[in-house]
Write a protein that binds this ligand. Structure first.
Ligand code: GLA
Length: 393
């Protein structure tokens, strides 16, 4: 397997370390079709790994620390199991922000007494950062597999995903759920993935042949997303705590039926009620996904995606004007079954299910429509569901 990005980072490896890399790993980003902001509520999600990925070329290093070159940042960092607890490099300087993801993976592997041998590595990604396509999970999953490749331990991909999530929660400090690392680790070519975020059981669901997934990047990037994200999580926990008075057996919003919620919603503060309603109804929508897709009922599935966007916009309040324009224009175009924001929100991308024959004209018309309403030039591409993290060499 060869591509331009791999050629480029291989050249940089030669220039930096004076030898050839021994291995290549890739781990993809993801889109999510249904089940948004439900992974941390024990719900069901329906993501797919995409054909954009982080690539790393690497070799064992004859030192007691790892040296990483981040081509996209044009920066280098060196750290070891001894320096990562203080979030510093071997020269005592603080770890740059980007290095916290690989260092966090080293930390969570070491916590499980899994070795992270010193390596020289160069990596780069064509998953746009901050776009809702899980660039950070893809970085985590490349490094987890890279260290596994140099070690004598071997973990199932779901275990690597869980350790990546732990790195992000406890080392980087972002309180994400399991969906992104799961999709990046466990993706299957041409398949959607249906994950039960409580039991962690998952299966693949085929996407009908004549349907394409189109990703549309608004190019809007929001900062402070993690603060807003954590507030949403807190509201969900608060809802469970308050609903527990009437529903003593519930452990998460997964356990609340739409009927019970409708009966009890009036007891919740308004904002908590809106957030929780999104989650309860979105879990209900995602429960219908499998049967609809298996019956080939893409039209109804697309309607659920459209409903999901309205709910994310009005109840969960994680959309923004540019995402709303992108969705609105898409829904008016020929061949579009469903369109909605994907990922955490606050900017980034939409995901669109489009009749395959219409996908290219759809992408063009969407770009034109979005640009004429916002003045922003979007990036729109037809994507393919790809394999999860894999060793290419
Ligand atoms: C981010 C998080 C995921 C998930 C989504 C929203 O991508 O990393 O765990 O919560 O937001 O569905």
């Amino acid at each position: 397997m060869k591509n331009e990005l791999v050629d480029h980072i291989t050249t940089i490896f030669h220039e930096t370390f004076g030898s050839a890399p021994e291995h290549i790993v890739r781990a993809p980003g993801r889109v999510n079709l249904l089940g948004e902001h439900v992974d941390y509520n024990d719900g069901f999600v329906l993501p797919a790994a995409i054909d954009r990925a982080t690539y790393i070329v690497f070799a064992p290093a004859d030192k007691d620390f790892s040296t990483l070159v981040a081509v996209d940042m044009d920066q280098q960092a060196s750290f070891s199991p001894q320096t990562i607890s203080s979030k510093t490099q071997v020269n005592g300087s603080p770890l740059p922000e980007w290095a916290q993801y690989p260092a966090g993976v080293m930390w969570s592997l070491n916590e499980e007494h899994l070795s992270t041998p010193a390596m020289n590595a160069v990596f780069a990604s064509n998953v746009p950062r901050g776009s809702g396509l899980s660039s950070s999970a893809s970085v985590e999953m490349t490094f987890a597999l890279a260290w596994q490749t140099l070690s004598d331990w071997k973990l199932p991909s779901m275990q690597r995903a869980l350790l990546g999530q732990k790195a992000e929660n406890q080392y980087v400090g972002v309180n994400c759920g399991i969906m992104d690392q799961f999709a990046s680790a466990c993706g299957v070519e041409n398949k959607l993935l249906l994950l039960d975020c409580r039991s962690l059981e998952w299966k693949t669901i085929p996407l009908p042949e004549d349907v394409s997934i189109v990703v549309a990047d608004t190019t809007v990037r929001r900062k402070l997303t993690s603060g807003e994200y954590n507030k949403r999580r807190f509201a969900c926990e608060e809802a469970v705590r308050l609903l527990n008075e009437d529903l003593p057996t519930i452990r998460s919003l997964r356990d609340v039926s739409v009927e019970d919620f409708n009966r009890l919603a009036g007891k919740l503060p308004e904002e908590v009620s809106k957030r929780a309603r999104h989650v309860v109804e979105e879990i209900e929508r995602s429960k219908q996904a499998e049967a609809l897709l298996e019956a080939g009922n893409i039209r109804r599935f697309g309607e659920l995606m459209n409903q999901c966007h309205i709910s994310l916009r009005d109840l969960y309040e994680v959309s923004c004007p540019e995402l709303d324009v992108m969705v609105h224009v898409a829904q008016s175009l020929e061949g579009c079954y469903g369109a909605r924001l994907t990922g955490a929100g606050f900017g980034g991308c939409t995901v669109n299910l489009v009749r395959r024959a219409e996908a290219e004209p759809f992408a063009k018309a969407l770009a034109n429509g979005y640009e004429s309403e916002t003045g922003l030039g979007p990036e729109i591409y037809v994507t393919r569901a790809s394999n999860g993290a894999e060793l290419l060499l």
